[in-house]
Structure formats: C-alpha cells, structure tokens
Design a protein around this ligand. Sequence first.
Ligand SMILES: Nc1ncnc2c1ncn2[C@@H]1O[C@H](COP(=O)(O)OP(=O)(O)OP(=O)(O)O)[C@@H](O)[C@H]1O
Ligand SMILES: [Mg+2]
Length: 249
Amino acid sequence: MERLNLSNILEIKNLKRSFGGVKAVDGCSFEIESGKIIAMIGPNGSGKTTVFNLISGILSVDSGKIILDGSNITDNSVEERARLGISRMYQQSRLFKNLTVKENLLLVLDQRNFNFFARSKPSTEQTEQINEILDLFELNKKINMPVKTLSFGQRRLIEIARTYLLPHKIMLLDEPVAGVTPHLRNEISKFLTKLKDEGETILIIEHDMNFVYNLVDEVVVMDAGKIIAHGNPVEIEKNQKVKEAYLGA
Ligand SMILES: Nc1ncnc2c1ncn2[C@@H]1O[C@H](COP(=O)(O)OP(=O)(O)OP(=O)(O)O)[C@@H](O)[C@H]1O
Ligand SMILES: [Mg+2]
C-alpha cells in the first residue's frame, strides 16, 4: 500500500534524473509533514530546481517515487498534480505581463467558474481574497495596473500571491527573494511567517541561509544531485560537510 504516513503531505523516495552524463538528481529522499516548512539549499547546479521539476511534473523521473498526501503521483501530468494540490512558484516569472494584477490573480483563483474572456464578474469572496493579499503586500494601489508596470520585486510578490491563492496542499517556492530589494524581501519574509502560523506546508529553495533560518523547521542540503545533510537549522549551521560544499573544498 502507498499510504504509509498520513501526516506526510509529500514523500519523495530515491528520485533520480540525469541529463546526458549529468546526474542532476541522484537518489533524493525526504518527507514533509503537514504544517512544516522545509528549505532546500545547495550550491548552483546542485539539483534543487530539478527536484521541483520532478515533484511538479515538468520533468519525468528516471526512477523513484513521489507520494502526495498518500497517493502515488509519480506518473501524473503537471495539470493533474496541480489539481491534486501542488502549487508551484517558478524561478522565472510566469505572469501575463499585459494583464492587470487583479486579472492575473483572478485567472488562478477560480479557473473553473470565472470566465475571464466572457468578462463574468468575480465573486465578492474572490475580490476579498485578492484585496486581502494585496493589502498585506501594500500593493493595493497597483490592482488595476498591468503587471509590466511593476518592479521586479513587486512581480515576485504577485507570483507568491498567485501560488498561495491557487488551491493547494503544498506550496513549492523557487528562490522567492532572489534579486528582490531589502524592503520587499522583508515583506516576503513577513508573509511566509504568517503562512507558517496558518499551518501551510511549504518547500522553499533558497541560497541565503539567513533568510530561512528563523522560518523553517528543517533544511535539506543538496550537493551534486545528492542530499548531503538534513536537519534543523541549528544542526545544519554546524555541519562540516555543508561548510565544505559551500566553500567548494
Ligand atoms: N532541462 C535540462 N537539460 C539539461 N541539463 C539540465 C536541465 N535542467 C537542469 N540541468 C542540469 O542539471 C544540474 C542541476 O540543475 P538545477 O537547475 O536543478 O540546479 P539548482 O540547484 O536549481 O541551481 P541554481 O541554484 O543555479 O538554481 C545542472 O548541471 C544543470 O545544468
Ligand atoms: Mg535552481
């Protein structure tokens, strides 16, 4: 039977994926319990985004298994995995630049009932949800502006809002603060802390250990496709293998 541990939202088991001779992901296993936030760190090219691509279905695995809330999703399509509860933020922006902030968020909020092209009216609840999150990010003034008029950091906030608003069981965030100014970085940090308090389950890729230190329950460290350490932030900070991976020793 696949249902092993009911409190695990996601389990990945011995995932492997190569590109030609490059073993991008070389036998990765870990679990995320419901309500936990796990950071994935590691040097450039260590395989972090590839793990996200395997979990979200952008790439197929060479071998291994992906279990979402007890169901084996290893062979499901990207769309099926999204419907089953994987909401993912990409390293590269996926927003529609000519649509407004509100239109971008409405598109994900209710893909079944809201017919954007028929210009049906969004429900009060949808509008409230969008207003609430834009208030939090102090972006309400931008609600009717095309996304292309926003700064890079503001677009990252909208991407995070989008990932959050999509119905999900787990959020996958790929470097949400990379290239973001200190002020907006702080906004993102506050929002992630709020999500933690709300009991969200999140897997976040981040290079900066300082950013995730007080946020996450566990840290998974990758190097050359393998997990070289997995523990709480205090343990990881002291770990000799992790120091060596970062110093390139
Ligand atoms: N679609 C692909 N085709 C060929 N090689 C790929 C592909 N995706 C990733 N790779 C290779 O796999 C390895 C891992 O890449 P990946 O993007 O997963 O690393 P990363 O840890 O996310 O790095 P970064 O911190 O720079 O984002 C790299 O050597 C990369 O060049
Ligand atoms: Mg990456």
